[in-house]
Design a binder for this molecule. Structure first.
Ligand code: NAD
Length: 366
């Protein structure tokens, strides 16, 4: 019988859990045994009793889980101790931050682990059912707007009342990937006038489809795999000139721009912030990778010339219930790719497995 396990997330105030009881129930009904460390779901308000009712075995100690499972599913990368305790030859599925070359990956190699890195899942329509980058970015985009609305001294909608008419807030979203699109849709639902900016041509249509006005600059920079590429010095200069006045006209700016494997691009410079009206707000959800604004302090809200700049970290974890539910659904789907008829069958020719494979039985996949 295949054994799948989850343990408490101990890094970076993580509140999400990698599998929720509803999905575990389905796994158990397919003959999979699930081991859960006690308290794994606490941060997202999933109780041990619910895991037991779903058919999981709840164990007191992470080591008991780690040493007994064939497949470990995690949100955050494991610690060195956790990696050392994982059963030899087991399969790891989770975020890895592999580009930082963390030490635990050497332990995985020594122990013959097969590891799938969720950061490497292809960003195609076909892979959406396992794409945690997309599901978690959706949550982050929504929450960024809620944070911005809370920090802003304005209301978002236009209101016509006996006490006068209020103008709608102008919200500019920079970076219209999955998070940015959800931010635009959420701000629109709150009644804001929405504006969008990106350097991938496909983003224009996407932004317009959720009712935003697309700010079209002369800079287009599509990279590989549907991602953006890093801008050249000259392109950055043109972008700066183009964006400065739009940023100055916005009540709220939400930034989500990322380039894979690199520090997040610096887009909003100090002089641009100086052009903003006091009371304006920037929510920079690229803060986990250094941020898109020169004044962002990751993990803090700072104020400069009356402009509030928030750099929230690990935003999906701050909405832990739906974030865990979506993550868990993606992971239950991933398991269907590797467990067939009650047995682990790894077809490395399958595109998603091929692309996300980081280590195969201890050997790093270059
Ligand atoms: P991301 O988090 O890598 O980046 C967010 C956005 O920032 C992107 O739209 C990017 O173009 C933009 N950006 C980067 N540098 C910028 C700069 N200097 N100035 C302005 N904008 C900048 O993006 P993501 O949400 O992870 O999406 C990555 C790709 O995957 C996109 O092409 C997206 O359409 C694609 N995707 C496709 C599907 C699908 O179903 N086919 C699903 C999810 C994502």
């Amino acid at each position: 019988m295949v054994r799948v396990g989850i343990i408490k997330e101990r890094r970076g105030n993580e509140r999400r859990v990698s599998l929720v009881p509803a999905d575990i129930k389905k796994l158990v009904s397919k003959g999979i045994e699930v081991l859960v460390e006690r308290g794994s779901g606490e941060g997202a308000y999933f109780l041990d009793g619910e895991y037991e009712e779903a058919g999981a075995r709840v164990l007191n100690d992470a080591k008991e889980v780690l040493s007994n499972v064939d497949i470990l599913i995690k949100v955050q990368p494991p610690s060195l101790e956790e990696a050392k305790a994982l059963k030899e030859g087991a399969i790891y599925i989770g975020f890895t931050r592999y580009w930082e070359n963390p030490e635990y990956l050497n332990v995985f190699s020594e122990r013959g682990i097969t590891a799938f890195a969720l950061e490497k899942i292809p960003r195609t329509t076909k892979a959406q059912f396992v794409d945690v980058l997309s599901s978690q970015a959706t949550i982050a985009g929504y929450k960024a707007v809620i944070l911005a609305a809370d920090l802003s001294p304005h209301l978002f909608p236009m209101l016509t009342t006996a006490a006068g008419t209020l103008k709608p807030a102008k919200v500019l979203v920079i970076g219209v990937g999955v998070a940015g699109l959800q931010a635009l849709a959420t701000a629109k639902r709150l009644g804001a006038l929405t504006f969008a900016y990106d350097i991938r041509p496909a983003a224009k249509h996407d932004a317009q489809s959720v009712g935003a006005k697309f700010l079209e600059s002369p800079v287009w920079a599509e990279g590989a795999g549907g991602y953006a590429r890093e801008l050249t010095e000259e392109e950055r200069r043109i972008q700066h000139e183009f964006l400065a006045k739009h940023i100055g006209n916005s009540d709220v700016v939400i930034t989500t721009a990322q380039v894979p494997g690199k520090r997040a691009p610096l887009i909003i410079t100090k002089d641009m912030v100086e052009r903003m009206k006091p009371g304006s707000v920037i929510v920079d959800i690229a803060a986990d990778n250094g941020g898109n604004c020169e004044l962002t302090k990751p993990g803090e809200v700072v104020e400069y010339n009356g402009v509030k700049i928030a750099g929230p970290l690990n935003v999906p974890s701050s909405v832990p219930r739906p974030a865990s539910e979506m993550f868990s659904k993606n992971m239950a789907n991933f398991l269907e790719l590797i467990i067939r008829d009650g047995e682990i069958k790894l077809d490395f020719g399958e595109e998603i497995l091929e692309k996300s494979l980081l280590i195969k039985q201890g050997v790093k996949n270059e």
